[in-house]
Design a protein around this ligand. Structure first.
Ligand code: 5GP
Length: 190
């Protein structure tokens, strides 16, 4: 998506460790007009999939998921990162290694909000090694629901998560695909 690539090239900053900082428009300060265009594009891609729910993971996926949900007219479920030792039987739970924080989180969704009839579109800001997406997919499976696909804003293809997740058969659509990036030369798109 050209609009997004231009914005990343203009305002994104490459940090050490393969992290792309897009705090100015995507996940700290949020450009809602841009989110609207991203949501419209996700709707164009997945409109005929019978989506009944959008699933994301806190925190940075929530804004994009909510704007996208306005096009689909469905609720957003945000999987929560949980720090308590006791996971209640009222939730579906999985473990997700965090790319940016280097820790492992228990991630939970209340059983109340995902059911076998649901057709779930997963939305997230980044796809790096694929841990977040695999975790969300696991939660959908545990609920007996159907994952119709994943909409990702920025996929860093060189970190392998896209290949890993697509191997499961899940349809993954990324609006910008970064082939490589460096502090010196910036971002190169696929
Ligand atoms: P994965 O689980 O695919 O390795 O990483 C995806 C998650 O890590 C996303 O939910 C996102 O919050 C975070 N993430 C991964 N790479 C980046 C990055 O380059 N920049 C930022 N801001 N977040 C990232």
């Amino acid at each position: 998506m050209q609009l997004l690539e231009e914005r990343i090239a203009r305002d994104g900053r490459v940090l050490a460790g393969g992290v792309l900082k897009v705090d100015g428009f995507l996940n700290h300060q949020m450009d809602v007009a841009l989110f609207c265009e991203l949501g419209r594009e996700f709707y164009r891609l997945f409109a005929d999939c019978g989506v009944t729910k959008i699933l994301t993971i806190e925190a940075s996926g929530i804004g994009i998921a909510c704007i996208t949900a306005q096009f689909f007219h469905v609720p957003v479920v945000s999987a929560k990162k949980c720090r308590t030792k006791n996971i209640s039987s009222e939730v579906y739970a999985c473990k997700v290694a965090s790319f940016t924080h280097g820790c492992v989180n228990d991630v939970v969704v209340s059983r109340e909000f995902l059911c076998p009839e649901d057709r779930v579109l997963i939305i997230d800001d980044f796809l790096a090694e694929g841990n977040a997406l695999m975790g969300l997919l696991d939660l959908v499976d545990r609920a007996g629901a159907t994952a119709v696909g994943a909409g990702i804003v920025i996929e860093k293809t060189f970190q392998g998560g896209g290949e890993r997740v697509r191997k499961t058969g899940l349809r993954v659509e990324s609006l910008a695909k970064v082939a490589s990036m460096s502090e010196a030369e910036g971002v190169r798109f696929c």
